[in-house]
Design a protein around this ligand. Structure first.
Ligand SMILES: O=C(O)CCC(=O)C(=O)O
Ligand SMILES: [Fe+2]
Length: 324
């Protein structure tokens, strides 16, 4: 008997994603953030306090880097392994995309070492300082909203050996000649959830990012150079016992004829040896959904699997384990 594989029909739905104004009253903001994290695992923040010139400076430096000829880029930063310059190959599992990128570690030694491509490494370190501070503020608001100790999540990002990363993604226009069949709907960066704790994404005015509502429904996120997009990562889903959802998202290839899309993505992560567990206050009568694991363990599991897999499922406690 031939069993047909169900074909998932995709639908694009225009939904107003939550936009949270950080200049409002803290207690109100904390509640709104928790709601957005439970409902979507995603929101935008405005009035976030990261100075515009720092974002603009990083954007200019990134464009300058991507504008260089390939041999020069390679000479400056080397081929992604996993840090450095990559093109079309995303991840170690053979995933491909319509972009080039630069992946950087964010601790100060690494910035000094790898930001040679910038005329001014100050651009990278001030951007990283700004987004790290914002990520910690958001994680503390989440902790407040959830009623757990304030630094439950943010302390990981403040560790000297936090494994946080900065990824600069450059999506050049995908021309009609390079993709003769259906030009619309080409994927630039395939569906996935971010493995870390929290992601802060800034982009220029070119659209591309979409978030998933499940069942093949995709929501385009309008680009807003004054806002940061905030994604819950897998580790925060685990640390909230599944209450927050790590949002599945993707970026469409850039179909504007002349403008490039740039996204600058900060991934706030724990140090490698950190153990990921849910604070007791969140368990109450609920059984833990995930077993404890270290960030190093989660990373090696992630790298061994394809981008599109639900990688956190591997750490779920099975029903048999729960009763024994
Ligand atoms: O460029 C984008 O909008 C998304 C990129 C992304 O999801 C990532 O780098 O993890
Ligand atoms: Fe992502």
């Amino acid at each position: 008997m031939v069993v047909a594989t169900p074909i998932q029909i995709e639908k694009i739905r225009e939904v107003d994603v939550p936009v949270i104004d950080l200049s409002c009253k803290q207690s109100k903001v904390a509640k709104l953030i928790v709601k957005a994290c439970e409902e979507y695992g995603f929101f935008k923040v405005i009035n976030h306090g990261v100075p515009h010139h720092i974002i603009k400076n990083m954007e200019d430096e990134s464009f300058q880097f991507f504008d260089k000829p390939l041999p020069e880029k390679m000479k400056l930063v080397g081929s992604a392994d996993p840090f450095g310059y990559g093109s079309k190959n995303i991840g170690l599992g053979g995933d491909r995309g319509e972009l080039e990128y630069l992946l950087l570690q964010t601790n100060q030694n690494a910035i000094d070492d790898t930001s040679k491509f910038m005329r001014c490494r100050y651009a990278v370190s001030s951007y990283v300082d700004g987004v790290r501070e914002l990520a910690c503020e958001l994680l503390e608001l989440m902790a407040k909203g959830l009623g757990v100790p304030p630094s439950s999540f943010s302390h990981f990002l403040k560790c000297f050996n936090s494994d946080s990363l900065l990824r600069l993604n450059h999506y050049p226009p995908v021309t009609h000649t390079s993709h003769s069949s259906f030009q619309r709907g080409i994927i630039g960066f395939g569906e996935h959830s971010d493995p870390q704790i929290l992601t802060l994404l800034a982009s220029n005015f070119v659209p591309g990012l979409q978030i998933s509502l499940g069942n093949g429904v995709w929501v385009p996120v309008s680009p807003d150079p004054l806002a940061f997009c905030v994604n819950i990562g897998d580790v925060l889903q685990a640390m909230t016992n599944g209450r927050f959802v790590s949002v599945r998202h993707r970026a469409m290839a850039n179909s504007l004829p002349t403008q490039s899309r740039l996204s600058m993505v900060f991934f706030g992560a724990p140090p490698p040896e950190a153990t990921i567990v849910c604070p007791l206050q969140l368990l109450k009568q609920n059984k833990p959904v995930y077993r404890a694991f270290t960030w190093a363990e989660y990373k090696s599991h992630t790298y061994a699997h394809r981008l599109g897999e639900v990688r956190l499922d591997h750490f779920k406690i099975s029903d048999d384990e729960k009763v024994t």
